[in-house]
Ligand binder design. Sequence first.
Ligand code: B12
Length: 805
Amino acid sequence: MSLSELMKRGPLFLDGGMGSLLQAQGLMPGEAPETWNLTHPEKITAIHRAYYEAGSHLVMANTFGVHPMRYPIDECERMIRAAVNCVKAAREETEEKFIGLDVGPCGKLLKPLGTVDFEEAVGYYAQIVRMGVESGVDCIFIETMNDSQETRAALLAAKENCDLPVFVSNAYGADGKLMTGGTPESMAAMLEGLGADAIGVNCSLGPEALAPIVERYLAAASVPVLMKPNAGLPEVKDGKTVYSVMPDTFSEQIAALVPKGLRIMGGCCGTTPDYIRTLRQTVGSSVPPQIAPSAGTVIASRSRTVELGKDPVIIGERINPTGKKRLRQALQDGDMAYILNEAIVQEERGAEVLDVNVGTPGIDEAEMLCRAVEELQAITDLPLQLDTADPQAMERALRRYNGKAMINSVNGKQEVMDAVFPLVKKYGGALVALTLDEEGIPQTAEGRFAIAERILTEAEKYGIARKDILFDPLTMTVSADPSAARVTLDALRMIREKTGCGTVLGVSNVSFGLPAREVLGSIFLTMALHTGLSAAIMNPLSDAMTGAMISYRTLTERDANCGEYIRFADTLPAKTTAAAPAGTAKAAGAEGQPQGLRRAVVKGLCKEAGRLAREALEAGTGGLDLIQKEIIPALDEVGKGFEEKRIYLPQLMMSAEAAESAFKEVKARSIRTENQENRCRVVVATVKGDVHDIGKNIVKLLLENYGFEVTDLGKDVPPEEILAAVERLHAPVCGLSALMTTTVPAMAETVELIHEKAPWCRVMVGGAVLTEDFARELGADGYGKDAMASVRLAERFAEEGEEKP
Ligand code: B12
């Protein structure tokens, strides 16, 4: 059986861990396993052989750590060739014995979270894949990826550079999420869209803890699902890493998933050939059931999925310059802040997907769409609808889009289908198809339906699943044609009933040219929903439109206890709800939402935060007040969200940046004017292992404003470096900051070192994890709960001089 057949039928057995086996053979801690392909090929070959003998069908070459960001390219090539040769040497027969190119993460984050550009990452992975293919592997196995965008980069590179099967495996936390927030459902949607041949999970946890994640994959995926758990959670005993799940338990827990559909299985850290042998015996002759293709139409951002065709969905229409002068201007000026704000406002008012159309005269649409997608995805996790008629702009945006996008649009014109279908096939997505063609928009419902059928036939030639096509039967304006609404709704009904496909309508156009547009628009929306509309492109800021949508959900048993309706009513202006029973009237604006600068920081709106801070300062608000009453509470709110897993690292980082830009404005102005010049020298630093420096920067700013001469060593600073600065400057005061429980030991070490080697220096400490008692335990000379306290402490230390009380 070929690898593809075996993987589709299952069970397909993979190999297990490599690192711990190499350590047992003498690999030193810190030594890279891939270097042994060149220095100890016989030992690598012996491990591969043991896995084949244990029953692995697919053994991975020892290439996990090989990456052009770590090694010069010719060395990558030598290591990959040697690694594949080691597996070849171990494979005694080729019948159902395959070799995988093991592809791991680069170790750095991609933009906007990190510094690596997406296309740069694709380029690196492309090199690795080509080297693997030239060396003779049978498949590409991308694994242990904990960020969706890097996973996409590697998968895209594999698909663009070979036609071998590509397996993609992600590393999840115990919360069922990737480090950057991805879920089994969002990953399944995006990876299948990009053409992964098998998807699943590896590393991080044992089989029992990974089982629920695998089950979610099985429910969401239409391709084979794989699992490669650790032998439990790693624990350190007597200085050695040990794993607690033994081969029997490991195998039973995995085997229990085979009847549920698991087809591809092996082991990760801590597993050995013994685990694979036992696993194969335990699974025995059981064969997973046939894969049932998932039925729903799902779109996804990196961390959120939206199903179309179940409950009607609101697609926010406001990021579209048609008829919007202010937005057109913003696009021409490259004013992203305006666009990001439109996104946030729509999200706050209930949009579930955001339409993004940037087509404006005088701008490079491809460039702008790409930029808008990237920036929008940094501040919102709503899935996006990429709305452009330019296939080039569409392709560039699709490459970057971190998820499975809604693609708007294709139509019945042959030329347009020829340009758009290959993109949908390559990148995945749910495609909105407009029922018009070379002849224009048919006047009749039958005419529009006929175009829909032609589009479906053509899409099938590309292998695009029917469920991934939604039809827009086109809303025409009733002021120009009294039958316009009826024809659209008739076409909608025919398409729904005869094709089973989902439907989309931009509803606002119905009232064009008429007064009180929302009255007509909201009734048309209701009629369309009643006819079976899956998603409406509409203005979520319109109470009439959103009210119609929410009322419809409430009236069709989609709103338990009318909760959504009541929450919506709470946001309406008092006038509208005056007749309601006591006490429901509220002022407009989503309740409990932070406003102004606080909101800008919470939502990660960088420019907006800077502008609002500047305006507040110009209007006379004190810098310290701004920090304490706006910036810090906003960061606290974000931190709480992060802790409660409502907010993920990308949003945390955007908020930190927004705080920084507000902070820069404060910094540009002196907080206090009556400076006392030439007070003593103070060295400040965030301790080793900790990159949180916003608090430390505020401490520095305030100390400087009170006349201290501050030397700032930055963040993640080792104890020796801090000591060296204290010694060089003979600084009488040193301020240390730490924000994580894990970096408190580094702080303790630094305090001890300074006390020992620079006894003249007094050390004050601060940061969110510390308390007065904790600071005392660390041996610090003082603890400051905020930046003002750092000034008071420094003043006291300066006064007391070198004599410690
Ligand atoms: C912004 C932020 C980030 C930003 C930091 C950007 C930057 N340039 O600083 C980014 C996104 C990079 C980040 C990364 C991470 N973060 Co973070 N982050 C935060 C957040 C939301 C706000 C921190 C902050 O700036 N607060 C505002 C400042 C002004 O407050 P402050 O630092 O406490 O400073 C004040 C006082 O403490 C005092 N002070 C501070 N220093 C000093 C020094 C002296 C001498 C004195 C006297 C006083 C003093 O004065 C300051 C002004 O009043 C907190 C949550 C929170 N509410 O604290 C989480 C938080 C600190 N992060 C956390 C985590 C887990 C992480 C990550 C590990 C996440 C990850 N999985 O990658 C990484 C860590 C990377 C690393 N190795 O350090 C956890 C820590 C949990 C713990 N208890 O250990 C927190 C608490 C979030 C949470 N609730 O889970 N984070």
